[in-house]
Design a protein around this ligand. Sequence first.
Ligand SMILES: [Zn+2]
Length: 99
Amino acid sequence: MTGAPMIGFGSGSEGQTCSRANCSNPAGWNINWRNPRIHGPERVKIWLACDEHRDYLHDYLEARDFPVVVTALDEPLDRLPDVTTDVSSSVIAPETALP
Ligand SMILES: [Zn+2]
């Protein structure tokens, strides 16, 4: 099969920059996300982020309840989890009374 369109960045070109508007810093991170209302779990959208905007873009998507996973630039993600499960939700430990 010939002429199949390739989705990607071509032949490993350098100089990818942050996806944040008005930011031209070199990207160091993939922000992998999808909109579960219109995308299936196999669909992964990728933004690029610099160190400065990695958290900003992550929080932007997380605030919309989108599954989002941050990986290093050279670590593409095949699939996103169905739901972002935040393990940092507070766990209330039972009080232990020491004698
Ligand atoms: Zn940036």
